[in-house]
Write a protein that binds this ligand. Structure first.
Ligand code: AHZ
Length: 331
C-alpha cells in the first residue's frame, strides 16, 4: 500500500508517539469496585492553580522563541504539525488556535453529517495516523471514515503527545512580525498574539482600526477597554492554515495584502472537487519569505476553487507544508 506521498519527510509507518504513556500506578479495576470506602487523595486549591500556571507560563517562556509557528489547528494545520513534529523532533513547534476547541471545520464531514470522505491517495495519511476507513464506490477512488471526529480527535491526540509541540488555544494571531530584507521586501519573523476572548469584531473609531476590522476581523476591545497590547512569538518560519475567508479565516494572507507584501487576493472560487484538491496540495508553498500557506487559506491567495466536504487535500497540503518547512531549515 502506498505511503504518505512525501519522500522528503521520510515518514516511517510506526507511530512516533509512545502509546500508554510513561506513568505507572494502579489499574482502573483496582480503583473501581469499593465505592463505599472510595476517596480522592487530598489537595490544596493552590496546588491546582500552581500546577496549571507554572506550566503555562513556562511554555510561554519556552515558545517565545519557536522554530515554527502554525497558525490555525484545523485539519491542514494539525496534519502539518503531525508530519513536522515526527520528521523533525529537534524543532520547537507552537500551534496558535483562536478557538477554544482545535480542529477547525473537521468535526463533521459536511453540513451536519458525521462521515468524512477522503479521496485517494490521502487514504495513506489515515493509515499513517491509524484511523480506520471503508472503501466506497465501484471505482474505489475514495474512502470514508465513519465519523470526522474520529479523524480529528486521533490526529489531535497524536499531535499533542509530541514533546516538541505546544498548542496555545483560545489565542488568536492578530498580526505578523516582519523584518526588512535587503531587496526591499519583507521577511515574516514571528506572530503577534492575544487571548481570543479580548479579540472580537470591534466597532472601529479610527481609520486604522476600521481597516484592521474590515481586513482582519480581529481587533481588541478598543471600544470598551483601554488598549490591550498583545504578546509575541519569534520564529523563522510560520505555516498559516487559517481556512478560507470568514469571521476568522484567511487571516495571514489578508494581512499580507493590507501591509502591501502581496498585491491582492485571487479570491476563493466556486466548488469543483476535482480541480480544487489538486490545486491546494500542489500550491502549498512559501508565499513571502518566512510564511508558508496551506489548506483553504491558499484558495484565497490563488483564486482556487473550493472542494467542500472532501478532506484529502487538507491532510496532504499539511504534508507538503511540513516539507516546505524542512526545506527552509535545510537551506
Ligand atoms: O479557528 C480557526 C480554525 O480552527 C483558526 N484560525 C483562524 N484565524 C486564526 C487566527 N489565529 C489563530 N487569526 C486562527 N487561529 O484556523 C483554523 C482553520 O481551520 P479550517 O478547518 O477552517 O481550515 P483548513 O484549511 O484546515 O480546512 C478547511 C476545511 C474545508 S472548508 C471547505 C470548503 O468550504 O470548500 N472545504 C474544506 C475541506
Amino acid at each position: 500500500s502506498p505511503t504518505v506521498p512525501s519522500k522528503k519527510l521520510n515518514l516511517p509507518h510506526e507511530s512516533a508517539v509512545p502509546v500508554g504513556g510513561k506513568t505507572k500506578g494502579e489499574t482502573i479495576e483496582a480503583v473501581a469496585g469499593d465505592w463505599q470506602s472510595f476517596t480522592f487523595r487530598p489537595i490544596r486549591e493552590s496546588q491546582v492553580s500552581r500546577a496549571m500556571t507554572r506550566r503555562y507560563f513556562s511554555d510561554l517562556d519556552k515558545y517565545a522563541e519557536s522554530d515554527v509557528v502554525i497558525i490555525g489547528a484545523g485539519s491542514c494545520g494539525l496534519s502539518a504539525a503531525y508530519c513536522l513534529a515526527k520528521a523533525r523532533p529537534d524543532l520547537k513547534i507552537a500551534i496558535i488556535e483562536a478557538s477554544v476547541s482545535p480542529g477547525g471545520g473537521a468535526w463533521l464531514g459536511g453540513q451536519l453529517f458525521s462521515a468524512m470522505v477522503m479521496r485517494k491517495p490521502a487514504d495513506a495519511f489515515l493509515r499513517e495516523i491509524g484511523v480506520d476507513y471503508e472503501e466506497d464506490g465501484d471505482d474505489s477512488n475514495y474512502v470514508v471514515v465513519k465519523h470526522a471526529a474520529l479523524f480529528t480527535s486521533t490526529l489531535l491526540s497524536k499531535v499533542l503527545q509530541f514533546p516538541n509541540v505546544k498548542l496555545f488555544n483560545a489565542t488568536a494571531v492578530e498580526d505578523l512580525i516582519t523584518r526588512p530584507r535587503e531587496d526591499g521586501t519583507i521577511q515574516i519573523a514571528g506572530v503577534v498574539t492575544n487571548w481570543t476572548l479580548v479579540s472580537r469584531k470591534a466597532s472601529a473609531h479610527t481609520l486604522e482600526a476600521l481597516i484592521l476590522t474590515l481586513f482582519l476581523q480581529v481587533s481588541m476591545h478598543h471600544d470598551d477597554q483601554s488598549c490591550m497590547d498583545p504578546n509575541t512569538i519569534n520564529a523563522p518560519v510560520i505555516i498559516s492554515t487559517t481556512g478560507h475567508d470568514g469571521p476568522f479565516g484567511a487571516f495571514s494572507v489578508k494581512r499580507l495584502v493590507s501591509m502591501q507584501a502581496i498585491k491582492c487576493l485571487g479570491g476563493m472560487r466556486g466548488l469543483d472537487m476535482n480541480t480544487a484538491e489538486d490545486a491546494i496540495v500542489k500550491g502549498t508553498r512559501e508565499i513571502v519569505p518566512g510564511l508558508i500557506v496551506g489548506g483553504m487559506e491558499l484558495s484565497e491567495v490563488d483564486g482556487a476553487n473550493r472542494m467542500g466536504p472532501t478532506f484529502g487535500a487538507m491532510a496532504l497540503s499539511g504534508v507538503k507544508a511540513a516539507e516546505e518547512v524542512v526545506k527552509v531549515f535545510e537551506q
